[in-house]
Design a protein around this ligand. Structure first.
Ligand code: PRP
Ligand code: URA
Length: 216
């Protein structure tokens, strides 16, 4: 069994009943590619809702068909969604439904099956990334190697506010990310038990990229 999470203030595990219900379907071996992809999109949307909870508001006036009243709007927050390729792509559409004006950057990274080390192969970020709140997204947080390499890219590019949205996290990966980056916040729809000897998450859901894209 792995160590407990040390800095729980920076880790948000969504416990909403709908999230838990969808996670159960997602994990099942018999869930096919189409449904798996839909569930990842929906869960990303729920996470986006949580991860933007502290976005600042400003007062505005609106006129309803009956009268003029005070209301609130998001105070000009600039956001970039940055998926870690390839599995992170499955979370982008759900988040764009919530934040249609967000820019999208891409970080390409795959985990070497032998060493488990991340192998970067692509990075394209919006030119003004340093002034944006970044929602870094990847369905799986296993050892934390890929996440930490992506965080290094973003910090080097000057990004200050990063929220890392994952579907399934292992405690080993969560602790590795919290240790590596003193500011990032992690949002997960499940915090699982541990990694196996191949650094796969238990009980997990298998290989997220293969299940999203049907590449078995
Ligand atoms: C998976 C997953 C993460 C990484 C997690 O990607 O989507 O990016 O592994 O593992 P880690 O925390 O130990 O780094 P994978 O390398 O399989 O690439 P893919 O998205 O192209 O399938
Ligand atoms: N990557 C995955 O897709 N699944 C795991 O369990 C670990 C890494």
């Amino acid at each position: 069994m792995s160590e407990p999470i040390v800095d729980t203030d920076r880790v948000h595990v969504l416990d909403h009943p709908l999230v838990q219900h969808k996670m159960a379907i997602l994990r099942r071996t018999e869930t096919g590619t189409k449904q798996f992809r839909e569930l990842i999109r929906e869960l990303a949307l729920f996470e986006g809702y949580e991860a933007t909870r502290d976005f600042p508001l400003e007062d505005i006036e609106v006129t309803t068909p009956l009268e003029t009243t005070s209301a609130k709007q998001i105070a000009g927050k600039k956001v970039a969604i940055v998926p870690i390729l390839r599995a992170g792509l499955g979370m982008v559409d759900g988040l764009l439904e919530l934040l249609p004006s967000a820019r999208v950057g891409h970080i390409g990274m795959f985990r070497d099956p032998k060493t488990k080390e991340p192998q970067p192969y692509y990075c394209k970020l919006p030119g003004d990334i340093e002034s944006r709140t970044v929602l870094l997204v990847d369905p799986m947080l296993a050892t934390g190697g890929s996440a930490n390499a992506a965080l290094d890219y973003l910090r080097k590019a000057g990004v200050k506010d990063i929220r890392f949205l994952v579907i399934d996290a292992a405690p080993e990966g969560v602790n590795a990310v919290l240790d590596h980056d003193s500011d990032v916040r992690i949002y997960a729809t499940s915090l699982d038990r541990q990694l196996n000897e191949n650094a796969y998450i238990l009980p997990g859901l298998g290989d997220a990229g293969d299940r999203i894209f049907g590449t078995f």
